[in-house]
Design a protein around this ligand. Structure first.
Ligand code: TXA
Ligand code: MG
Length: 338
């Protein structure tokens, strides 16, 4: 299958281009598109045969459920069999935006989308291209990140092309995704809201709406049978093919050791005034920002760049272990898991 790369204006996507993408969705095909978090790989969520193609294109295990995207509250509610009051409050504050709700599914959601489980993940994206595609297709879109299973999520169209070329019909190129990390996933199925996957909306922001700071669920998903409660919880995920080493110091010694051993190294220290790095052969120096949101925006882009540079090892200085860094720390820990 030939993959068409179609450029769209990220702010005012051209209706005739969006219409072509929507027609592919209506026919049961796959279209990758930018969202404010990462690129998504979309299919008509109500068409099991179309959804099946997502699993095939990504090489994704069928016990890993998908997020369903909508542009209206009414559409979200039609996909859930219960809609607690807390969902209204969170939607009022954070939708459209990078927050995904897990709720009991309604009968219209195919079992394949939820990996046979009783709950469905719902998100209302803010990105104009995602919204235009959803509106033109006039159906909810099941859309995981547009990468091969367990690999680093795509944050630019070229990352999608590298990973999924000839496996999908179209990539809408709307420039870089904004946040650079996947949405925060919250479980709204019980009285206490819990974070299944940390993301751009952190526990402190959620706490402002909830009245308490929600905690993050740690599930050893790979030890469980059947549908995963949150596949983002798979220990190894979001991984470049290089070995990722997470260090508590700045990583300099580790980077130089690998370089001296003849390996190609990517080195991601936190910014510091003292001791600027000496240029070392075989070391690609990627200083990272001190602000968690800016760091999140850059991380996958840097991983993709280092992947293209075919480094063997990526040495990352760990950011501070605070709530504001939860999403970045989560992705780094998983990238470093063996
Ligand atoms: O930002 C995002 O969320 C992106 C864009 C494209 O919207 N999508 C994304 O999808 O990251 P994916 O498939 O790569 O990640 C799926 C995540 C899982 O890690 C899990 O947390 C959650 O969605 N998920 C899906 N269905 C679920 C369910 N029924 N129960 C719990 N978690 C679910
Ligand atoms: Mg993913």
């Amino acid at each position: 299958m030939h993959t068409e790369l179609l450029t769209v204006d990220p702010q005012r996507p051209e209706p005739e281009r969006i219409a072509r993408a929507a027609a592919i969705i209506r026919r049961g095909g796959l279209v990758a598109f930018p969202t404010e978090t990462v690129y998504g790989l979309g299919a008509n969520a109500l068409d099991s045969a179309a959804v099946q193609k997502i699993f095939a294109a990504k090489g994704r295990p069928s016990n890993n459920p998908l997020i369903v995207h909508v542009t209206t509250l009414a559409a979200a509610k039609s996909l859930a069999s219960a809609w607690p009051e807390v969902a209204d409050r969170l939607a009022a504050r954070f939708w459209p935006g990078p927050l995904t709700f897990v709720l009991p599914k309604s009968d219209v959601v195919p079992a394949l989308v939820t990996a046979g489980g009783p709950t469905v993940a719902l998100r209302m994206p803010a990105h104009p291209v995602a919204r235009a595609l959803l509106d033109a297709a006039a159906t909810p879109l099941a859309a995981p990140s547009a990468n091969r299973s367990t690999q680093v999520s795509a944050v630019r169209a070229e990352h999608v092309v590298r990973a999924l070329s000839d496996r999908i019909e179209m990539v809408l190129d709307g420039g870089a995704a904004w946040d650079g990390l996947e949405s925060t996933v919250v479980d709204l199925t019980s009285n206490v809201v819990r974070i299944l996957r940390p993301g751009p909306i952190d526990s402190i922001l959620l706490g402002e709406v909830l009245g308490y700071e929600p905690s993050q669920v740690e599930v050893r998903a790979e030890e469980r049978d059947g549908a995963l409660s949150s596949p983002g919880q798979l220990r190894k995920h979001y991984s470049p093919s290089a070995t990722v080493e997470l260090t508590l110091d700045d990583g300099r010694a580790s980077a130089l050791r690998s370089a001296t051993a003849g390996l190609r190294v990517g080195w991601l220290p936190m910014p510091r005034e003292d001791a600027p790095p000496k240029e070392a052969a075989n070391v690609v120096y990627c200083p990272m920002p001190r602000d968690p949101a800016a760091y999140g925006r850059l991380l996958y882009d840097v991983f993709h760049r280092l992947e293209a540079a075919e480094v063997d090892v990526i040495v990352v200085e760990s950011p501070p272990m605070t709530s504001a860094w939860a999403a970045v720390l989560d992705r780094l820990t998983r990238a470093a898991a063996t």
